[in-house]
Write a protein that binds this ligand. Structure first.
Ligand code: PAF
Length: 282
């Protein structure tokens, strides 16, 4: 695996792969890799001739009161995992490389970026869409791979790709869970053993809603009540939102008959965790 730090080197390395006629898959990450990321790498390996991973803890998607400085940074371990997956290129720039002095250009996916996580994390999605647009320009992949766990991010990036005519296919891979149901996340590293147990309430709430949908209940209000009731079983877990929305616009849905995204965010100990369930049209 070739590790590159500068945009110029990355462009040259990509040009080399293209010269060999190879298709290219991109997996953007902030490192602290887990099996969820590895599932994206494997999907990229299956779909493309060559795979590039980016590792950049993007400061513009963190608010000043958030965990940018303590976000886990595990570069050596990440490299070992990616080597084992036979990734071709790892692009790991520093902040000065990605944001030249005085950078003032933003990519904003208006309206959608203010929904779901955008409500309690204002500016977060503007940081995500800006850095991902930049990475798409630098790497110019054929396909880019993201996890369904970040469902709002997926909606925003899909819209961005459509609106700005990026010449790539955005591929969304299923949530990877621990055997007990906890959705994998780099932020799970923040959890104590007790927090870890309490965090299971998120997937339990989603499963309860899923069971009700399977039993024929489709109105959003009682389904949300069910989810919130289960979440209340863990008083130490502070709910940020539990909503049923359109997976593309992130607007509230009155029922799930045409398909819907059931999404939850909650604070568990020092971590803000998210999880979701995609219900297909019934
Ligand atoms: O999902 C993430 O890890 C980040 O939001 C991303 C897409 C790498 C942009 O920094």
């Amino acid at each position: 695996m070739k590790i590159v730090r500068t945009i110029a080197e990355m462009r040259a390395a990509v040009a080399g792969l293209r010269h060999q006629g190879r298709s290219l898959g991109l997996v953007p990450t902030m490192g602290a890799l887990h099996d969820g990321h590895i599932s994206l790498v494997r999907a990229a390996k299956t779909a493309c001739d060559a795979v590039a991973v980016t590792l950049f803890v993007n400061p513009t998607q963190f608010a000043p009161n958030e965990d940018f400085s303590k976000y886990p940074r595990t570069f050596e371990a990440d490299c070992r995992l990616l080597e084992a997956e036979k990734v071709d290129l790892l692009f790991a720039p520093d902040t000065a490389e990605m944001y030249p002095d005085g950078a003032t250009t933003w990519v904003s996916v208006e309206q959608i970026e203010d929904r779901l996580d955008g409500v309690s994390r204002p500016g977060h999605f503007r940081g995500v869409s800006t850095v991902v647009a930049d990475l798409f320009h630098i790497v110019a992949p054929d396909k880019a791979f993201f996890g369904q766990k970040d469902a709002a991010q997926v909606a925003i990036l899909r819209r961005m790709v459509r609106d700005l005519h990026f010449n790539l296919e955005l591929i969304v891979c299923p949530i990877v869970r621990e055997p007990d149901g906890l959705a994998m996340s780099s932020r799970n590293r923040y959890l104590s053993a007790g927090d870890r147990r309490h965090a299971l309430v998120l997937s339990r709430a989603l499963r309860a809603v899923e069971a009700q949908v399977q039993a024929g209940r489709t109105d959003a209000a009682p389904l949300i009540e069910t989810g919130l009731r289960i979440l209340a079983e863990e008083p130490s877990v502070r709910v940020d939102y539990f909503r049923i929305v359109d997976p593309d616009t992130l607007e509230d849905r009155p029922h799930v008959r045409d398909g819907a995204l059931v999404a939850v965010a909650a604070f568990v100990g020092p971590a803000r965790l998210i999880d979701n369930l995609l219900i297909s049209a019934l």
